[in-house]
Design a protein around this ligand. Structure first.
Ligand SMILES: [Zn+2]
Length: 313
């Protein structure tokens, strides 16, 4: 037995059962009217006959609402609705992406899942969307430390390469709570004007802030409980508990993944890759979250991530 022998990776009915358990912990919810009444399970319903499937395909997980009388499945209103890929393959894809520390390329996904490259590419981006956090609660707080740092990655379109500078690259700002989550942002430039609004919007005022000596952070001490810096230009990296090792550790995994696995990343997709690395870091094994739990957490994020998702009236 291995993780991969779990039924929901192979059997479509088991896959539906698994996803329903996670998305509907209190029982089925009608996608159309939100009703949680006793809905009917429609068994043995098949899709229309086609050339490929002359007898149609069994429609798993189909329910009929006892209030509005419409049919629905747990796929509706989630990223799963956007392709015809069987649900058990989606679960394989989510597991692969959640358990690969540096990510998994769309090429590898395409080979493992035996789907087209185009489908694999699409899946990967949709799973990143499921992993994306809404950052609704502040990081840090009383007695907590948040480290902030910036890095440069890839190449901006139309910019000549300049040695030793970051001006031809994309700028990333990352906030890491020690022993907690990471939040990364693709910013236009490492300037006070671009960085500080994000810092203010994401970190609780009672937090102890730690950064390098970059001048953009010089007023942090006025807005947060404290602000201490290490002077990297003077080879100072750790002074007691003052350091930025957590955020640098995050960047080390992020850069190895972006160089080794993803290689090319369009500027307008960078925020999705950041969401993926943030997600795995924020749900890492050091926090007691193993591959299986991480996959369940990603699954819980598939709801409401569709652009066409119908908002409750
Ligand atoms: Zn209904």
């Amino acid at each position: 037995m291995s993780v991969l022998s779990r039924p929901y990776f192979h059997d479509e009915a088991a896959a539906f059962e698994h996803v329903e358990m996670i998305l509907w912990p209190h029982g089925p919810v009608c996608h159309h009217c939100g009703s949680m009444e006793q809905h009917y399970r429609l068994k043995g319903v098949r899709t229309k006959a086609s050339k490929k499937n002359p007898h149609g395909v069994e429609r798993h997980g189909l329910l009929k609402c006892s209030d509005c009388r419409k049919q629905f499945t747990v796929r509706m209103g989630t990223i799963f609705e956007e392709t015809h890929l069987p649900l058990h393959k989606w679960l394989q894809a989510i597991h692969l992406m959640c358990s690969s520390k540096k990510g998994i390329s769309a090429h590898q996904m395409h080979r493992v899942l035996e789907c087209t490259y185009k489908t694999a590419w699409f899946l990967c981006h949709r799973i990143r969307e499921a992993m994306r956090s809404d950052h609704s609660t502040p990081m840090g707080g009383n007695g907590k430390v948040v480290e902030a740092d910036e890095t440069y990655i890839g190449r901006l379109g139309g910019q000549p390469v300049r040695r030793g500078g970051g001006s031809h690259k994309n700028t990333v700002l990352t906030l890491v709570e020690r022993g907690g989550e990471a939040r990364s942002f693709h910013v236009e430039s490492a300037t006070v004007k671009k960085v500080m609004p994000i810092v203010r919007a994401n970190i609780a005022r009672e937090t102890a802030m730690m950064t390098d000596e970059w001048g953009g952070y010089r007023y942090l001490g006025d807005e947060f409980a404290s602000h201490e810096t290490v002077v990297h230009s003077k080879d100072e990296y750790v002074r007691g508990n003052v350091h930025t090792n957590s955020v640098e550790g995050f960047y080390s995994i992020f850069k190895r993944g972006m160089k080794g696995v993803y290689q090319h990343c369009a500027e307008h997709h960078l925020h999705r890759y950041l969401a993926e690395f943030d997600f795995r870091y924020s749900n890492r094994i050091a926090m007691g979250i193993d591959d299986g739990v991480r996959a369940v957490k990603a699954l819980a994020g598939v709801k409401g991530k569709r652009l066409t998702y119908r908002q409750p009236a």
